[in-house]
Design a protein around this ligand. Sequence first.
Ligand code: BYC
Length: 315
Amino acid sequence: MTVITEDPGAANAAFDAAVAADERIEPRDWMPDGYRATLIRQIAQHAHSEIIGMQPEANWITRAPSLRRKAILMAKVQDEAGHGLYLYSAAETLGVGRDELLDKLHAGRQKYSSIFNYPTLTWADVGAIGWLVDGAAIINQVPICRCSYGPYARAMVRICKEESFHQRQGYELLHTLSKGTAEQHAMAQDAVDRWWWPSLMMFGPPDDESAHSAQSMAWKIKRHSNDELRQRFVDICVPQAEILGLTLPDPDLKWNEERGQHDFGAIDWSEFKEVLRGNGPCNEQRISQRRQAHEDGAWVREAAAAYALKHSEES
Ligand code: BYC
């Protein structure tokens, strides 16, 4: 869709028609200000989540139990940095600079996913993150491959392929621990007990409290509601937990024949709100480490800019 018109009414109608026809909106197309702002908000939060999400797992790189596990974990953490790059690039196509987005993250003016404010206390947490956190991310992100905004949708295709590998490595890691010694099994169970509820919170507030869902679904940025995706995640995890030989920490979790889905217990939304307010177990640590990493990397950015300038003067 390319709209070249001075008439705002016609531009709006062309935009609506393109969205209704499942066409992709591209950077040069006219789009409503609210659509642009919503995409910048969501893509920036998503990009921030990818780079902050490197921290909890990087915590275990030096203590991975074997060279093979270390190599896999390093590759995964590097992938998350790559996902951040794809997403910051997608945000840039909307007219916002990467520096500005990072400044807002560092100043606490833009969010990142609540999940990354929890600590990784044992090696099993690396497995639980892969199985549950990457698993939740896949359920949430596969529909974004069909998002109405082209650059975001295309970035998501690559990201989802890599996330599938991440999920499998976590599942395999937990499976190995769960079928290992009694101590290893207990460690895997403890990690699942701690990551289960925060993983359910990743999908966002319940539909009746989700401020942006209705508009984002009308614009086909979101394809499913928060509660729909959360339910899908629970239904997928239950049989996987059985194969792992681990229990999900929810006494109310049971199959509902009538609905053809699992019922599950109440989520503690007060905990979610506290984490979003900055009061989760690791919020301060995550942001201060991110600021430090940004400062430490200043010389790399300066060198890259100087090199690019020299290169452009030569050509
Ligand atoms: N954490 O109206 P709602 C990954 C906020 S990366 C924090 O439902 P929306 C991975 C929400 O922003 C995972 N905040 O919002 C990386 C809004 O506040 P604002 C990240 C949350 O946008 C490394 C308010 O609550 N994935 O998987 O329609 C290693 C009301 O919510 C959260 C993405 O970002 C939360 N969990 O729906 C491993 C996916 N939930 O902005 C793994 C893309 C909600 O008004 N994003 N809020 O201040 C989305 O799909 C949607 O933005 C959400 C929320 C479903 C998350």
